[in-house]
Each structure stands twice: as C-alpha cells, then as structure tokens.
Write a protein that binds this ligand. Structure first.
Ligand code: FES
Length: 117
C-alpha cells in the first residue's frame, strides 16, 4: 500500500543529534537526526502518551521519555525497558533541504494513523 509523504521541516530545523516535534497534517510526529540519518516516530510515548519531542532526550539513536524514563531505539522502535511496547515509526524522505514524513494512505485525512497497512 502506498505512502503519502508530507513536508515536515527542513534540514536546518534538525541538526545532528537533534529531535523535533512537528505536526504533520495535524498529527504530532517527532523527528530525529542520528548522525545525519533522519528518523520519525509518533510523538506520543507508548507508556502514557507524553510528548517525546517536548520532554524527551536523544542520545545517539535512543530517545528517552522525560516522564518516566522509558527509552526507545528510534531506528527500530524497540523499547529498552519494556520489550512488549514499541514506538510507532514512519518512513522519512528528503528532497533537497526538505524532510518528509510518510503516512499510509488515509492517515493524512485527519484519521488516526493505522498501526497496520
Ligand atoms: S509517559 Fe513516557 S515513560 Fe511514561
């Protein structure tokens, strides 16, 4: 099933080692720059839905939630503290200086992005 890619930010907004909370088509997304490679996840921590972009800290490829310190690998979504939980990831694209986040078709229409295609 195809993705729609939506503009999220520019490379200047997201330096190496940075994380950025953005609204993509109204949906809160957190973007990460891990040594020049961009990743994206839902902004909501799987534990109690606290924003990762507002209170989290990025160390390498690990985002740690500021609320209760759960941490996730932004490359895989795996949770380091609680393996039964996973951070939802989105594909990321880049064209020139612009960074795009991909949602499955219908996700950009105000619906909650689906967990499965
Ligand atoms: S809300 Fe993120 S660890 Fe609790």
């Amino acid at each position: 099933m195809p993705y729609y890619f939506y503009s999220a930010c520019t490379v200047n907004d997201l330096p190496v080692g940075g994380r950025l909370r953005v609204a993509v088509e109204g949906y809160p997304v957190c973007l990460y720059n891990v040594e020049g490679t961009y990743f994206a996840s839902t902004d909501s921590c799987p534990h109690e839905r606290v924003s990762l972009g507002d209170g989290g800290t990025l160390d390498g490829a690990t985002i740690t939630c500021g609320a209760h310190r759960w941490s996730f690998d932004v490359r895989t979504g795996e949770c380091h503290n609680n393996p039964g939980h996973k951070l939802r990831l989105f594909p990321v694209g880049r064209k020139g200086d612009e960074i795009f986040v991909g949602f499955w078709v219908n996700e950009g229409d105000g619906e909650e992005p689906r967990a499965d295609p």
